[in-house]
Design a protein around this ligand. Sequence first.
Ligand code: NI
Length: 160
Amino acid sequence: MAKQPDSQHDHDHNHAREAECSNNLVRFSVAMPEDLLISFDNLVARRGLIHNRSEVVRDLVRNALVDEEWTNPDDEVVGTITMVYSHHASNLTETLDSIQHRYYRQIISTMHIHLDSDNCLEVIALRGKAEDVHRISDALLGTKGVKHGRLTTTTTGKFL
Ligand code: NI
């Protein structure tokens, strides 16, 4: 019983320390099979001189956290759609335009580049619920006549 106030104190203290130190670097050790470590070091080497193991592990952890944000349909996410299409394809420009108007709440910016006399490149920035951004991406990239397109999934940055 006498211990209880102390352990409560320790608990609070740990929380305070976490909050204070959230941007400080903390070291920890990781055990993994030797083969996996060799493969990992090869990956680090391929990423170039400015990268080291710690840097690459941090990137992998952030990628995993961002991927998880996208698996929760109600989480607010940020993404970009990049697509190439010919503006001569019948009704294509009108169809893509009407989809973008339908989702004006999620589409925060659109950049349109006339690549040549036929082809257009569009980069669309979106912010919204993960499931809405997926729906918009499927609608745009699934439109007949879009030559190539890709959704890049990133984050609001609030939780990294
Ligand atoms: Ni164009």
